[in-house]
Ligand binder design. Structure first.
Ligand SMILES: C[S@@+](CC[C@H](N)C(=O)[O-])C[C@H]1O[C@@H](n2cnc3c(N)ncnc32)[C@H](O)[C@@H]1O
Length: 237
């Protein structure tokens, strides 16, 4: 996939365009499994009293809301994203869930986070890192703002390896997914970009190495649903 496809301005406007149908399409295209994937990622964050977590590329805030549901009272989340369209919907969901005091939703770029070093107990990004043009810088930034010993958790699609499942999966994401995506959203480009970005993403082993190269320790990953997604977890030095 060429670099231009991940031009930040292009990604920003693509997500703002699909924002109104984003949640619906997530559920339809993943048949509802996306909720389990996010729940698993959130379960890898440390359980600490009065913790503050950072949800990068928070989009419509599903991960931020899941953190509040799964952690003790007193937990707070800052959710950041660079698409105003997604943030608007995220803010509305947070308000409707009565979580306005617990989740702070802000505009920020993953590659240049507006926070001091060692601010958070953990950082998480779900289905965001593959869209970040300089994703190494994104990983570094997410580690920089986390306290020593805290966790960085990354949920992302991966390339399915199973010989039996792979052809079916490829057919689904390269043919069925763009078709359904276009039908439901009424937008062409975004759901063509999605399969390309999914197939283009490094394998879990390679991605783990990248996380280690950026300075994270004890990096491990969990493959979910036949390896359609993987959750990588690294400990901040
Ligand atoms: C597929 S959505 C994922 C949203 C949410 N995390 C979820 O689990 O549904 C990807 C999000 O990443 C955001 N994004 C992509 N690149 C970004 C960047 N460099 N900085 C901040 N947000 C970014 C997009 O605006 C979009 O909201």
């Amino acid at each position: 996939m060429d670099k231009a496809a991940k031009d930040p301005a292009r990604i920003q406007s693509m997500f703002s365009t699909i924002a109104p149908r984003y949640d619906l399409l997530n559920s339809v295209l993943s048949m509802g499994i996306d909720r389990y994937w996010r729940r698993f990622a959130v379960s890898r964050l440390p359980q600490v009293e009065n913790a503050v977590f950072l949800d990068v590329a928070t989009g419509t805030c599903d991960v931020a809301l899941e953190i509040i549901r799964r952690h003790p009272p007193g937990t707070r989340v800052v959710g950041v994203d660079f698409s105003e369209g997604m943030l608007e919907l995220g803010r509305e969901k947070v308000r409707n869930a009565g979580c306005g005091d617990m989740i702070d939703v802000r505009f920020a770029d993953a590659t240049s986070l507006p926070f001091e070093d060692n601010t958070f107990d953990g950082s998480v990004i779900a289905f965001g890192i593959r869209n970040v043009q300089d994703y190494r810088q994104g990983i570094r930034e997410m580690a920089r703002v986390v306290k020593s010993g805290g966790k960085e958790v990354i949920l992302e699609f991966t390339s399915v390896q199973s010989r039996f499942f792979r052809p079916l999966y490829r057919f689904y994401i390269t043919r069925a997914l763009p078709f359904i995506g276009e039908m439901v959203s009424g937008k062409k480009g975004a759901y063509k970009y999605l399969p390309l970005s999914m197939l283009d993403f490094p394998s879990p082993d390679n991605f783990s190495r990248t996380m280690e190269e950026t300075g994270l320790e004890q990096v491990k990953y969990y493959k979910l649903s036949f390896g359609i997604t993987a959750v990588h977890v690294g400990t901040v030095k």
